[in-house]
Design a protein around this ligand. Structure first.
Ligand code: FES
Ligand SMILES: [Fe+2]
Length: 377
């Protein structure tokens, strides 16, 4: 029997990618400050002045809607003496944004409107709030902290067309849960992208969905993912697999028969079900800590029905999430050991491997850019 070439076997990443605060800082900059990241949903800021905050890479970002119904995002930093303006993580501005220190006042579009006792010749137009780029894909708000980002459409590639039947902008958020996970953000992505662990870790999920079913897309520059089929007569992912809500209106028979699990780099995990959509947003806090916001979004017609219920899905995913976070934390703990060495991926782990390769490629590209900058100097 031929002996497999150990060198050719795909392996997990070296420990430093999960344990080194320097690598973590570089990744925050590379992925979370340079790329578009998912910040939330348009239904969180329905009216002018509604706002929420997001914290990323040590920055606090205000996401709001101005008087022209346009989404806006700003660094949460006053242009007077730098004070953080908003402290509450969500709320409503009554027509203006006022710094609590000396009362500098900004419009919802970021323009400075008032600066008490400013010196003579002071020009208000020189001190607007620092803007953050904002764009929307089908109800998902994305922000980009870099000065001059490439369009969001390039990062999403063909996803808007592929998933248009879910009409995600129509959906309304029914439940939002924040989990604090003691694991590196990449471990949560790799765990999401394989179901080799499902028969062992997720008995409820495995009863209604076959971990060997479905198909993976070939890895894309901006995302990885694939589908899984139901089994045992299940019609959706829930405690018993029963369908308690109508199918989302435009789905084809094929789209109704599967769940689609996609990781959209760097921080959105998108799970498309026949009757609802689940999102996970990842917010890295430290090399070994990530906040995960999991939300379930349903069709407003379903939610308006007097007999609407969603506990079957909410509880199912809460249990499954907790199983995933617990194993991700054990994974983090083991990788921190001096005994850890990169281990071989199986044939069922091609997506985690593709994600790792993307991480390595982006790191290499950055190194090359930095090297070429130095050589030009
Ligand atoms: S720091 Fe904001 S008004 Fe002075
Ligand atoms: Fe899992």
């Amino acid at each position: 029997m031929p002996i497999p070439d150990v060198q050719s076997v795909a392996t997990t990443l070296p420990a430093r990618y999960y344990t080194d605060p320097g690598v973590f800082r570089d990744e925050l900059e590379r992925f979370f400050c340079q790329d578009w990241i998912c910040a939330g949903r348009t239904n969180q800021v329905l009216k002018a002045g509604d706002y929420f905050l997001r914290e990323v890479a040590g920055e606090s970002i205000i996401v709001t809607r101005d008087g022209n119904n346009s989404l806006r995002a700003f660094f949460n930093v006053c242009r007077h003496r730098g004070t953080r303006i908003c402290a509450l993580d969500k709320g409503h501005f009554t027509g203006r944004i006022q710094c609590p220190y000396h009362g500098w006042t900004y419009g919802l579009d970021g323009r400075l409107m008032g600066a008490p006792h400013a010196h003579e010749g002071f020009r208000h137009e020189d001190y607007p709030l620092n803007p953050v780029h904002v764009d929307v894909w089908d109800g998902h708000i994305f922000i980009n902290l870099s000065a001059d980002p490439a369009p969001l459409a390039g990062q999403l590639e063909d996803l808007p067309r592929k998933f248009r039947h879910w009409q995600m902008a129509e959906l309304r958020t029914f439940r939002s849960v924040k989990y604090e996970v003691k694991a590196n953000w990449k471990l949560i992505v790799t765990n999401y992208n394989e179901c080799l662990h499902c028969p062992i870790l997720h008995p409820a999920l495995s009863a209604i969905s076959d971990y060997l079913s479905g198909e993976n897309d070939p890895p894309h520059r901006g995302y990885i993912g694939g589908s899984m089929e139901f089994q045992g007569g299940a019609k959706t992912m829930s405690k018993d697999g029963k369908l308690r809500r109508d199918y989302l209106p435009l789905l084809t028979a094929d789209e109704r028969s599967k769940v689609y699990y996609y990781a959209i780099f760097p921080n959105l995990l998108l799970s498309l079900h026949p009757d609802y959509v689940m999102t996970h947003m990842l917010w890295p806090r430290a090399v070994d800590r990530t906040d995960v916001i999991c939300e379930l979004h349903f069709h407003p017609n379903a939610m308006a029905k007097p007999n609407f219920e969603a506990d079957d899905a909410v509880e199912f995913w809460d249990i499954t999430n907790r199983e995933d976070w617990a194993i991700s934390e054990l994974s983090q703990a083991g990788i921190q050991s001096r005994a850890y060495k990169p281990g071989p991926y199986s044939r069922c782990e091609s997506l985690p491997h593709a994600f790792d390769q993307m991480v390595l490629n982006r790191e290499k590209l950055d190194r090359e850019k930095q090297a070429s900058k130095k050589s030009v100097r």
